[in-house]
Design a protein around this ligand. Structure first.
Ligand code: 13P
Ligand code: SF4
Length: 312
């Protein structure tokens, strides 16, 4: 028999105490998961929270690369992910062997990798970045230092434009941010002429040209809080609307649909695999657990720690 939401929440709360666990949730998680988490944040904030975690168990309500990063930072803690299938098209689109061959073609280049990649890609990188600090991470290298940026070509291109700096880009993308429809965005802008547009840098260049603000999910939330305009068109995964509406109950947030009207393609299918029930189950069963081979972990830790030293 299906349990009531209140029973599930009560069970998660008692398991959190029993396990001495901390629950971290990304803004793209369903509202109930965001509300029960100890910390809700973007990839960067959650990496800092994972690095500082004092709990014995880290429950990561997000996708695999996020939980894996938490494990790399905390080899002695148990890291749980509600659904092991919660992957990411960027991480999956950068296989270890192909990436090794790619970077071998550019021996003078340093490698900047977006955190949305596997531990083995991180282990081949000089520094990690998130969408919240990518520009500062790239700028931390001297002007003359050639750089590879992987695996998101859209975030890489956006950084390159911000800094007027050439980057060699790996050809990867986010399957969610890549499919926002230009026509439907324009229709929304016409229907809401006073609205501003805010977007995540994983979107295509064509769509980003309409945005008044571009940034990570945390930066988008800051913008929505600070902005005087009452109507905001949001071009990122709609899970973030929950926090926006909580913080700004009087503002109107409008999501941009995907090109295909028959599906909810603007929702991340991986993030949405996690449910309150699976969150409870993973704490109860202490599985699925994230494990990282020790030699890969040690190599991947170095570029992650370098990133954590960089300001946002
Ligand atoms: P943030 O860096 O904004 O958390 O984005 C993560 C992500 O997966 C975006 O699709
Ligand atoms: Fe990966 Fe895109 Fe989902 Fe973010 S929204 S986890 S980048 S597939």
């Amino acid at each position: 028999m299906e349990q009531s939401k209140n029973d599930l929440i009560a069970e998660i709360n008692s398991l959190r105490t029993e396990l001495n666990a901390v629950i971290l949730a990304h803004y793209y998680q369903e509202p109930d998961i965001q509300d029960i988490a100890d910390h809700v944040g973007d990839s960067l904030a959650l990496s800092h929270k994972a690095a500082a975690a004092e709990a014995d168990v880290i429950v990561f309500a997000g996708v695999h690369f996020m939980a894996e990063t938490a494990k790399i930072l905390n080899p002695d803690k148990q890291v749980l992910l509600p659904d092991l299938e919660a992957g990411c098209s960027l991480a999956d689109g950068c296989p270890e062997d192909e990436f090794r061959e790619f970077i071998a073609k550019y021996p003078d280049h340093k490698v900047v990798s977006y955190i949305n990649c596997s531990a083995s890609t991180k282990a081949m990188s000089d520094i990690i970045c998130t969408s919240g600090n990518a520009v500062n991470v790239v700028a931390s290298f001297p002007e003359g230092q050639p750089l590879i940026f992987a695996p998101d070509k859209h975030l890489g291109r956006w950084c390159s434009q911000q800094l007027d700096r050439e980057l060699v880009l790996w050809d990867g993308s986010c399957e969610v941010h890549e499919q926002f429809s230009e026509q439907r965005l324009v229709d929304l802008m016409l229907a809401h002429p006073d609205a501003v547009v805010t977007a995540h840098p994983e979107c295509t260049e064509k769509l980003l040209q309409y945005a008044h603000h571009i940034g990570s999910t945390a930066s988008i939330l800051d913008y929505c809080r600070d902005c005087e305009v009452q109507e905001i068109i949001v071009m990122t995964e709609p899970g973030i609307i929950h926090q926006m509406q909580k913080e700004n109950p009087d503002k109107k947030f409008i999501t941009v649909p995907g090109a295909d009207e028959t599906c909810n393609c603007n929702e991340c299918p991986y993030m949405k695999l996690n449910t309150l029930q699976k969150l409870r189950d993973c704490m109860k069963n202490r599985a699925p657990e994230i494990l990282v081979d020790e030699s890969t972990r040690q190599k991947a830790l170095i570029p992650i720690n370098r990133m954590l030293q960089i300001k946002r």
